[in-house]
Design a protein. Structure first.
Length: 457
């Protein structure tokens, strides 16, 4: 017993930082997901000229807490003919894969659970792809036709778009020359350009594929309410249903983080090596100050005392965050000897801000598409993946490889590599237009006045 205790103590001493990061992810992420859902509902309400959740808490800000409590105390129903063990394990597998994928991500240079892992991107992509097993097993174990069809749709959809997403990631890895998360971001700093600018077609392919991988509209066929009630989640209720919900939004954060790391510079600010643009470092604290001032302006307009106090509290939090963001910059200005000591704090705090800001913008684009585009038919979804995205991604990898060979021959690096990658991207876009034209000719022409064919018949 004493040996086990001693070994455990040594393990905790050596790995306390990853353990703390892991605890923060597991404990805080469900709360973050709840408020991401609230933001999504508020954005949807704003686009539809209504208010959204307003009853629970000031401006509905306690709605995620109420939803979590409701799901926890709801009756847990398991169908009589379901495979109870698999039915119980399926949502756990989905959310476990999503949370485990977070271990390989780096939210800034100072926050990473699996530090120094040499196959970082490969680990994240591989583990997140395991979430499909939870969906398939959940649909099969439910013993329901709706659930089974949703699970089969999901498996076909994820297999199809994983191929396109993987080929898109290859383009970024060609520029980085490594799978290590930190080294990928450092390569973008050293080359002075984001890989999304060098390979815009690859970034577009990954963006579309990531929407399909996370079952988000307009590619939410596995849980299409109008056709399958709720798809593979039809027979799940209460806490088990919330695990699937948590897995979906965690996967959104994962794919957004991968895109940010590989194509958008990770935790680097825009133009990090251009010193005459160093005033960009003051934008994060300035943004928080602006939000705090806006909250103070809105205080007198709140109809209830508790809402006024809450707006004051939000304003105080914004000002406190602004002070934290500004301290690493103002310290060296007031006392130059603190420059070297404050540099790690500056990189960690501001790096985390820029990373979260980019991930938030990526997720906002997901929400924007959900409230803008109608749902695809399943045959359209498969045609888009196999007939358009996969050929385009393969051709784009070949063109990017040729552009890099030409760039090495003429000794082009960094932004000068655009001289070869831009023509490659233009050729890829021309090939994409050609593929679209060919696909349009293959579609059967409908006679005027004829009934619309049923693609499921």
């Amino acid at each position: 017993m004493q040996a086990v205790t001693q070994a455990t103590t040594e393990f905790v001493k050596q790995n306390w930082a990853p353990l703390v990061c892991g605890f923060v992810v597991v404990a805080v992420l469900p709360l973050i997901v709840g408020y991401v859902v609230l933001v999504e509902r508020k954005i949807m309400a704003d686009m539809q000229a209504r208010l959204g959740p307003m009853r629970v808490g000031p401006h509905g800000l306690l709605q995620p807490i109420a939803d979590a409590v409701k799901l926890l105390i709801k009756e847990d129903i398991i169908p009589d003919d379901a495979d109870k063990l698999v039915f119980w394990l399926a949502p756990v597998l989905s959310v476990g894969a999503a949370l485990l994928a977070m271990a390989g991500l780096a939210i800034g240079p100072a926050f990473q659970i699996a530090q120094g892992i040499n196959i970082g991107i490969l680990f994240v992509v591989g583990v997140s792809a395991m979430g499909i097993f939870g969906i398939v097993l959940g649909g099969w174990a439910s013993n329901s036709h709706y659930s089974l069809i949703g699970a089969l749709r999901s498996s076909a959809q994820l297999v199809s778009y994983e191929t396109a997403a993987g080929m898109a990631l290859v383009c970024g890895l060609l520029f980085a020359g490594t799978l290590n998360i930190t080294s990928i971001v450092q390569a973008q700093y050293d080359q002075g350009i984001w890989f999304g600018l060098l390979a815009p077609v690859a970034f577009f392919v990954y963006l579309v594929a990531s929407i399909a991988e996370t079952n988000r509209a307009p590619f939410d066929l596995p849980e299409a309410e109008s056709e399958l009630v709720a798809g593979y989640m039809t027979e799940f209720s209460g806490f088990r249903w919330s695990l699937y919900f948590l897995a979906e939004y965690t996967n959104m954060i994962v794919v957004a983080s991968v895109a940010t790391t590989l194509f958008l510079g990770g935790w680097l600010r825009p133009f990090p090596r251009t010193h005459w643009l160093d005033f960009i470092d003051f934008l994060p604290p300035l943004l928080m100050v602006v939000i705090g001032v806006y909250c103070l302006i809105r205080v007198p307009k709140q109809p209830v005392r508790v809402q006024q106090l809450f707006m004051l509290a939000v304003a105080g939090m914004c000002f406190a965050v602004a002070v934290v963001l500004a301290a690493p910059m103002l310290g060296p200005l007031l006392k130059p000897s603190l420059a070297s000591a404050m540099k790690p704090f500056f990189e960690g705090i501001h790096g985390g801000f820029w990373f979260i800001f980019k991930v938030g913008a990526y997720i906002y684009f997901f929400m924007w598409l959900r409230f803008t585009l109608p749902r695809y038919r399943f045959d359209q979804l498969m045609r888009l993946g196999w007939h358009f995205l996969i050929p385009l991604s393969i051709i784009n990898v070949l063109l990017i490889g040729i552009a890099m060979i030409v760039g090495q021959y003429f000794d082009l690096t960094g932004p000068s590599l655009l001289l070869t990658t831009i023509p490659a991207s233009v050729i890829a876009l021309m090939i994409a237009l050609f593929i679209l034209a060919v696909e349009q000719k293959k579609e059967p022409q409908q006679q005027p006045g004829a009934a619309t064919p049923d693609s499921y018949a």
